[in-house]
Design a protein around this ligand. Structure first.
Ligand code: ATP
Ligand code: MG
Length: 237
């Protein structure tokens, strides 16, 4: 079933149009990867979907239009965003960051407390640092916190913008393992922007290639890596 369907998605900043009528779909249970060079418009795509910048086009989530919905209503509908460059509140503790991620929920403090314990068991480093200021965590720990915080809203779709940025290979692998596990075990769908194309291709159900605000190719990881020019340009082998 189609979870997210964006058609003719156009967005930019002030007078500048960055995204030119792109079509993107995420089906239930998929990990969809967006690849593209610096400045191609990957972050802008995420922002346009999450409603954090003005956009045009048709955007449906679970068959309902979210085109006119405000950013908080989109979170409530089940779409959570992990922004590029660690989206945590640096002055709040780890625990309070997680609580802040649950702000759209209506299911009470017991369920929210259960979820905090759950994410602490997935990311034990965060539990050890529960009362520490988020700003004093290492880069990798902040990235884990940003993901855990987004998951506290119990999303159906996680928009994840370069989670590996600035992380050591082992931490990156650990983060990707967690994302893969959530996808398999909890049916979490993911729209993932990633510079590390080889790593991302391994877990991708489907891939979109974005070039200066236009989708230039899409397909399964196998289809795209079978194309010599795409492989050289985007995958570097
Ligand atoms: N807040 C902003 N105001 C004005 N222009 C912006 C803003 N954010 C991004 N842009 C411009 O939009 C274009 C696309 O940027 P975007 O951040 O979407 O690229 P990206 O594909 O995510 O790149 P990267 O891989 O470097 O993160 C760039 O030309 C950028 O300069
Ligand atoms: Mg970006």
């Amino acid at each position: 079933m189609t979870l997210l369907r964006a058609q003719g998605l156009t967005a930019g900043y002030g007078p500048v149009t960055v995204l030119h009528e792109i079509d993107i779909e995420v089906n239930e249970g998929e990990i969809v990867v967006v690849l593209g060079a610096n400045g191609a418009g990957k972050t802008t795509t995420m922002r346009a979907i999450s409603g954090t910048i003005p956009r045009h086009g048709t955007i449906e989530f679970q068959g309902h239009s979210i085109q006119k919905a405000a950013a908080d209503a989109i979170v409530r509908a089940g779409v959570a965003q992990v922004p590029q460059g660690r989206g945590t509140f640096p002055e709040l503790s780890v625990q309070d960051n997680l609580l802040a991620g649950a702000y759209v929920r209506r299911d009470g403090s017991k369920a929210i407390g259960d979820d905090i314990r759950k994410w602490f068991s997935v990311f034990p480093r965060l539990e050890e640092r529960a009362t520490q200021r988020a700003g004093s965590l290492s880069g990798g720990e902040q990235q884990m916190l940003a993901i855990a915080r987004a998951l506290m809203s119990r999303p159906k779709l996680l928009l994840c913008d370069e989670p590996s940025m600035g992380l050591a290979p082992l931490i990156t692998q650990e983060l990707f393992n967690v994302i893969g596990r959530l996808n398999r075990e909890e049916g979490l769908s993911v729209l993932l922007v990633e510079q590390n194309a080889n790593l991302a291709m391994h877990m991708a159900s489907r891939v979109y290639l974005l070039e200066t605000g236009v989708i230039v190719a899409s397909g399964s990881a196998a289809e795209l890596s079978a194309d010599d020019s795409i492989r050289k340009a985007y995958l570097g082998f």
